[in-house]
Design a protein around this ligand. Structure first.
Ligand code: CS2
Ligand code: MG
Length: 402
């Protein structure tokens, strides 16, 4: 079997997505997600100009060899653009292999380790009362785990909280908007949010929170300790994670579990964090971290150190990634939890899929391959619409972490 054609499909059903489609001389094709929020066209060009020409004529069954060819062959290794492009090809090749062997991809990865994949959803509110309502809505929808994010008194815009009260979408149309931030006001407010959630909903719900890279290690230690009475499932991205050893300081002060890694793109970004057990959950994904093939290696390494997975799953990861993630999640023993931010209806129409939700769990379905497709005709109705993630400034104007 040979790869005969590769195309990159750019579409924007509610938000921008990049999808690769690899066709073969036996009529079987595979698809992969290549979306990098705010830098979508960089990955599209990387695939069209530098990857697809090298794939034509290759045997799609040799997934690991093609992965190494794209990783080592680039010379310039790692980075979000490169590893997202490799991930897209990797997903498409696993999709082809499953279709050729007439089996769902999880079967090729070692089969099922569990009945279903527990997911967590997002409860975002402009204030504590609104967030409490949103938590209740998601518990009523059957979710066992809910991430809570809330507006902060005196801070005009906060990560995770939609400005217009609608559904939260990280990227905003046009050039980056500027958000304002106050760590002090945030640190005073967030323990109160979780105190109220526990008062209203009790101890059973699994509660998560995303600090979104905005604290220093000692501030994260303080927030982790202040949240201990409310027994969070995890606090996420407490600090920017370039300095992996910075997590030692957080670890010394709090038992609140830590999750990190959605911006990581290779095992080398997390090697010390995992080896020194400085984190509890690794949030790397089959999209931004080199695909299913690399994520299987990450999960195996993490398993040695009691670290579980908790893969990123925001709306800027397309249903193709959601499908690939569920096959990966089913196949590993140290699965922790999977993020699920519901896509828009038009997105789900462009990307028909076999996965389904029931009572807090997702199921990948048993279609051969990944069990997801792209409706190219429908996709063409939603042209690329430039959008960027915001930038963030402290109240004194200092450019900060968004
Ligand atoms: C967030 C994301 O889901 C999360 O945990 O960190 O919303 C993140 O901000 C976006 O995916 C960035 O594109
Ligand atoms: Mg996050």
């Amino acid at each position: 079997m040979k790869i005969t054609k590769g195309k990159v499909i750019v579409c924007s059903p509610g938000r921008n997505f990049i999808t690769i489609k690899l066709e073969t001389d036996e009529g079987v094709y595979g698809i992969g997600d290549a979306t990098l929020n705010g830098r979508e066209l960089s990955v599209a060009s990387y695939l069209e100009d530098h990857v697809i020409p090298c794939l034509i004529g290759k045997d799609p069954s040799n997934i690991e060899d093609i992965w190494q060819y794209l990783y080592r062959g680039a010379y310039w290794r790692r980075g979000p653009v490169t590893m997202t492009a490799i991930a897209a090809v990797d997903m498409a090749l696993w999709d082809i292999k499953g279709k050729v062997l007439n089996t769902p991809v999880y079967n090729l990865l070692g089969g099922k380790c569990r009945k279903g994949v527990m997911v967590y959803s997002h409860a975002n509110g402009k204030d504590i009362e609104h967030t409490l309502d949103e938590v209740g809505k998601h518990l009523d929808m059957g979710y066992k785990a809910v991430r809570a994010q809330c507006g902060i008194p005196g801070v005009p815009t906060t990560y995770g909280v939609p400005k217009d009260g609608g559904k939260y979408e990280p990227a905003e149309k046009g050039l980056p908007s500027e958000h304002a931030w106050s760590t002090e006001k945030y640190m005073r407010h967030v323990p109160e949010l979780f105190k109220r959630i526990r008062e209203v909903y009790g101890d059973e719900p699994l509660l998560l929170h995303d600090c979104h890279h905005r604290l220093t290690p000692i501030e994260a230690a303080r927030v982790g300790r202040d949240l201990e009475p409310y027994r969070l499932f995890w606090m996420e991205d407490p600090v920017p994670a370039e300095l992996q050893e910075g997590f030692r300081l957080i670890r010394e002060h709090t038992t609140t579990p830590i999750a990190v890694g959605e911006v990581f793109n290779s095992i080398y970004d997390a090697e010390r964090l995992i080896k020194e057990q400085l984190i509890d959950y690794i949030r790397m994904t089959t999209l931004h971290a080199g695909g299913i093939s690399h994520m299987k290696k990450v999960a195996s390494f993490a398993e040695l150190y009691h670290v579980q997975t908790g893969s990123h799953g925001a709306t800027d990861l397309s249903p193709v990634t959601m499908a690939a993630a569920l096959h990966f999640d089913m196949s590993i023993t140290n699965f922790g939890i999977q993020e699920h931010m519901a896509h828009t209806d038009e997105t789900d129409e462009v990307f028909p899929h076999a996965y389904s939700f029931n009572e807090g769990y997702f199921y990948p379905g048993d279609e051969p391959g990944l069990g997801v497709d792209i409706d190219e005709k429908l996709a063409a109705k939603y042209p690329y619409d430039p959008a960027y993630l915001p930038v963030n400034r402290k109240e004194d104007g200092t450019l900060f972490h968004w």
